[in-house]
Design a protein around this ligand. Structure first.
Ligand code: FES
Ligand SMILES: [Fe+2]
Length: 429
């Protein structure tokens, strides 16, 4: 449980709020490369931390991220013409480069204004299908991180995005909550439950998405702090308990986590668009096989147009989220939803845009969620004390990786997590 004040501290991300200030110290994904497919194509508006930005791809393919309002008199640059190395406001024709240089002012021939004024644009990096930006204080720009997925060849990588109308912490907490996986996602993780009733089972999804130890619904959780945040393991008994399945999940500031699947791993960023909306960027990468985006969308339940459109989860409570009650009754479906992301999104949405955690009742199974809040609060304290928030200076995050393996029950999983504790040791004071 959190007090209402603590809850506000952790969830509000607007400019000037404690969390908004901390978040602004990091780089964030703001769009998929696929959202700006063409040079000189239409600009787009995207929200980040409660602010609106216009993104465009210029003639040379470079991406610009700028304040939405035109520097001159505030028309939206999203209406602009993207042409010949810049974006031109349609109101009076002022034209800007991706770096904010004022290139042309057709209604004001005096060239001095071009030297004097510069549009508010932000540093951009495009990597592995994501467009990243940094909107914090200029003099404090941290190194741009590399993740393990950045090392995968393009055909073994795929990126997608889901906007959900829920505060980022709700969405992130679902990703640090091991015990829901074997319950909410029963269709995929405990197919035995379905098979017993003779239901159709998506064998491919099961093989692709989960390991074989999910029938233990009360996994033992163990946690360890690291310099990037923490990692936790869910330990599940296999058969007679001589062997256990251990699944390690790294959780890293300011909104990241990594989920291991048998043949690939997902790196997920739950980026706050504003207090009430989250853009979840998911990058899958594999060491062993090619990855097809369409397959991921199907597994996630995002090919159904009632649920997903324009990168946004659109089912709402007005339609009962299209929950399939007949399938639930007949035990063809646990949740009445199809696919992991449908299930996760619906429960996050159902909590209301910003859940008030003074109303919850935590149990031991929620240890990962509690740790997340503790680490986030610690990072916030560092930031408020004038220090760098947690993990800010890590440039190389490529060794941050989870695992999913079966071990003799007597063996310590920590041996296999040494990369984390040695390369990214917990902060000391
Ligand atoms: S408002 Fe954009 S050029 Fe005048
Ligand atoms: Fe989930």
């Amino acid at each position: 449980m959190l007090s209402t004040e603590q809850n506000e501290r952790l969830t509000r991300v607007g400019k000037g709020t404690p969390m908004g200030t901390m978040m602004r110290r990091y780089w964030h994904p703001i769009a998929l490369s696929a959202e700006l497919p063409e040079k000189d194509g239409a600009p787009i508006v995207r929200k980040l931390l409660g602010e609106r930005f216009v993104l465009f791809r210029d003639t040379a393919g470079r991406v610009g991220v700028m304040d939405e309002a035109c520097l001159h008199r505030g028309a939206s640059m999203a209406l602009g013409r993207v042409e010949e190395g810049g974006i031109r406001c349609i109101y009076h024709g002022w034209k800007f480069s991706v770096d904010g240089d004022l290139l042309d002012t057709p209604n004001h021939p005096d060239p001095r204004v071009k030297e004097r004024l510069k549009a508010a644009t932000y540093p951009v990096r495009e990597q592995s299908g994501l467009i990243w930006t940094y909107i914090g204080p200029k003099e404090k720009e941290p190194p741009f991180r590399r993740y393990a997925f950045d090392e995968a060849p393009p055909e073994r990588r795929r990126a997608n995005r889901v906007n959900v109308r829920a505060n980022y912490l709700q969405v992130w907490e679902a990703g640090t909550d091991s015990s829901h996986v074997g319950i909410l996602h029963s269709n995929v993780t405990r197919p035995g439950w379905l098979k017993a009733e003779g239901a159709q089972v998506d064998e491919f999804a099961i093989k692709d998405m989960v390991s074989d130890a999910w029938d233990d619904m009360a996994p033992k959780l163990e946690l360890e702090n690291t310099g990037f945040g923490y990692h936790y393991v869910g330990i599940r008994k296999i058969g007679d308990g001589q062997q256990v399945n251990v699944r390690l999940t790294p959780v890293f500031m300011p909104h990241g986590r990594m989920i291991m699947h048998p043949n690939f791993y997902a790196t997920v960023f739950d980026v706050p668009m504003d207090d009430e909306n989250t853009a979840t960027f998911n990058v899958d990468a594999s060491d062993v096989k090619e990855l097809v985006l369409e397959e991921r969308m199907q597994r996630s339940g995002l090919t159904d147009p009632r649920f997903y459109k324009d990168h946004t989860f659109i089912a709402t409570e007005e339609t009962g989220f299209y929950q399939d009650r007949a399938a639930m009754r007949e035990k063809r479906s646990w949740s009445g939803f199809h696919g992991l992301t449908q299930e996760d999104s619906v429960v996050c949405l159902s909590m209301g845009p910003v859940f008030d955690r003074s109303n919850e009742h935590l149990v031991a199974a929620d240890a990962g969620v509690v740790r997340l809040r503790q680490r986030l609060a610690m990072s916030l304290e560092l930031s408020e004390g004038g220090q760098d928030p947690m993990g800010l200076q890590y440039e190389d995050m490529t060794k941050v990786k989870g695992f999913d393996r079966n071990l003799p029950a007597s063996e310590s999983w920590k041996l296999y997590a040494r990369d984390h504790t040695e390369l990214y040791p917990e902060e000391k004071f």
